[in-house]
Design a protein around this ligand. Sequence first.
Ligand SMILES: *Cc1c(COP(=O)(O)O)cnc(C)c1O
Length: 397
Amino acid sequence: MSDIVRKPRGRLFFANPGPTNIPDSILHAVSHVSVDWYPAEFMGIYNGCREGLKRLMKTRNDLVFHTGSGHGAWESALVNLFSAGDLLLYPQTGNFSDRWGQMARDLGLRTNVLECDWRRGVEMSAVRAALAADTAHEIKGVCVTHNETSTGMTLDPGDFRAALDATGHPALLLVDTISSLACMDFRNDEWRVDCAVGGSQKGMMLPTGLSFNTISEKAWAASKQSTLPKSYFSWANMMKLPHKSFMGTPPTSLFYGMQEALRLLLEDEGLDNVFARHTRLATAVRCAVNQWAGNGGPQLFCLNPSRYSDSVTTVLVPEGCDANKVRAAALDRFNVSLGGGLSRLAGKAFRIGHLGDLNEPMILGTLGAVELSMKVAGVPYSTGGVDAAIAYLAQGE
Ligand SMILES: *Cc1c(COP(=O)(O)O)cnc(C)c1O
């Protein structure tokens, strides 16, 4: 008997909702040799990326980059716009809205968290009521998570703009677009978003390590009044530098990658096709889960169809079952990586990421592996989930 441990073969099949699969052409672009970051050659690449990213975000506003994951851009938004004790409104969506709110409290801000049933998301009537009740305009910012990656649920930033306008409330509108950008339409200027927060490793199909903020004129004005301590993330410091971003060395390789990512998104496929593909693949995943739900099987965690996420589906396993056993079977036996349940969903749910560089065979492969892993893990389900996805996808565009 050999004592060799059986190792899964084939490429790791990656179905996490972030980071995401990196297309080969981006991997090649990222493997660029080191370059000096001031000369015209790199400045050209850099400025092109900046303009392309603005097209992706549908904005003419300023945009600053940070070397840091999405958390860096969260912090940058807060420390540049606010002062100790300022009150922020956090419509709850799940783990990520909660974590951003916790960061605000860590930084000395106060938060009003509009709690909700995580399966439905905050009611817009509660948002309007909170804004209308704040006649003293104590609330300085409304922090919206466009796509809540823990629950697989979206909020419409346009609804929040409308609520601010309807109540005549002057609070800044901040939107976390980390797991929605390049998956779902994000219209920074149409929604008059004062500060968006984005990151590289989800819909943009890049390695982790780059994040960014858009800055409206109103946000610039607010930043002049802000007294929270800042240095590395100070927008004012950044404006004195040639790249008007980053303190220190820019991650040049990531910009070679971003140039290719933007080419793929904006020129090769086209944004509207990118969004349609995400909707199509997400719908196929939901068809599969709804089929599995029979026979006391797993369910879509999100109960609000108008808020279904096109980047991630959170699947609630039946009471008494362990979602992590499904994930472990998928990874250890079949080399398929699924996302886990976050915070209060730990062990109760797993997540299928369907954002970034994906097509039908990849989605069907993931769904097949999930069905197989549920069988291995002893989770009850109604068979035919993959067939349901195929039936949907076969209808075409
Ligand atoms: C991933 C994610 C974050 C955190 O970004 P990091 O790059 O991991 O720091 C924040 N918000 C949302 C909605 C996310 O999906």
